[in-house]
Design a protein around this ligand. Structure first.
Ligand SMILES: Nc1ccn([C@@H]2O[C@H](COP(=O)(O)O)[C@@H](O)[C@H]2O)c(=O)n1
Length: 248
């Protein structure tokens, strides 16, 4: 798995290759990883313990973020090319799995004895989140009448996550640029409204939420949050280099 990461991750973030060029290689990566996971005969009842023992973590400020959205009944859609069952467990163990959360991800399919035998549905990877947005998110009743979106992601592929929102009026995009900063800075600045460089926190999104929910309370109920959750501890951050003034 580590070897696959070392081979394919540099391709995923290579600023000199197009998304079209990367796409088949991403499918190849994800397919190999899923095959490896199936070979491990993972048991459903092992997941909670595995997550507990792992270094998986949510960004600093996650509690304020999740709780503010839940309190204001803002749907929080999480699109992850990771494994949905694991992501759910991480969120649950951090005590923030509130009813406003919807996860669109790769879910494990267990056999009758509880052993992983396949992955359900269409494969979700970094560059096909639009298809997940159109097939899953567009059908969610909670999104009706919510034309305002805050979209957060760490990949240019994440920019299509709001494509399932019908007639969006305002889409504020926040890009987390974690790696290969110099090479990718220009494309991120051209693509996202706000770019946060090596920022491991949710301080900026939390400040935006605070502003929206305190100054115009009704906004809190109209907004939809679409989020790609990747937090890989091995990719280190420092303080943001690019900051945008946030009205407080
Ligand atoms: N086997 C894999 C496959 C993907 N990754 C990384 O996860 C990221 C996808 O996660 P999102 O929640 O942001 O969709 C992707 O960018 C890959 O770098 C991995 O570590 N191992």
């Amino acid at each position: 798995m580590r070897e696959l990461l070392n081979t394919y991750y540099p391709i995923e973030i290579d600023a000199s290759r197009s998304a079209e060029e990367k796409l088949p290689l991403m499918v190849e990566w994800w397919t190999k990883v899923h095959e490896l996971l199936i070979e491990q005969k993972i048991r459903r009842d092992m997941l909670a313990h595995a997550v507990k023992e792992s270094s998986a973590m949510l960004r600093d400020g996650y509690k304020v973020f999740f709780e503010c959205l839940a309190e204001h009944q803002v749907p929080l859609l999480i699109f992850s090319a990771g494994v949905g069952d694991v992501l759910e467990e991480v969120i649950r163990q951090n005590h923030v799995f509130h009813p406003n959360i919807h996860i669109i991800s790769n879910y494990m399919d267990f056999d009758q004895t509880g052993v992983l035998q396949a992955f359900k549905g269409q494969l979700i990877h970094t560059f096909n989140k639009r298809e997940g947005a159109l097939s899953h998110a567009a059908g969610l009743r909670e999104l009706q009448g919510r034309p305002n979106v805050v979209l957060m992601g760490d990949s240019l592929g994440d920019l299509t996550m709001a494509d399932g929102v019908s007639e969006p009026q305002n889409v504020l995009t926040i890009g987390f640029l974690n790696d290969q900063v110099e090479e990718r800075k220009e494309s991120y600045i051209n693509s996202f409204d706000v770019v946060l460089v090596k920022d491991e926190t949710l301080d900026v999104p939390n400040a935006i939420l605070r502003y929206i929910t305190s100054s115009r309370d009704e906004c809190g109920g109209m907004m939809t949050l679409l989020l790609s959750p990747v937090q890989t501890p091995s990719r280190a951050w420092s303080m943001p280099e690019i900051t945008y003034p946030i009205p407080m």
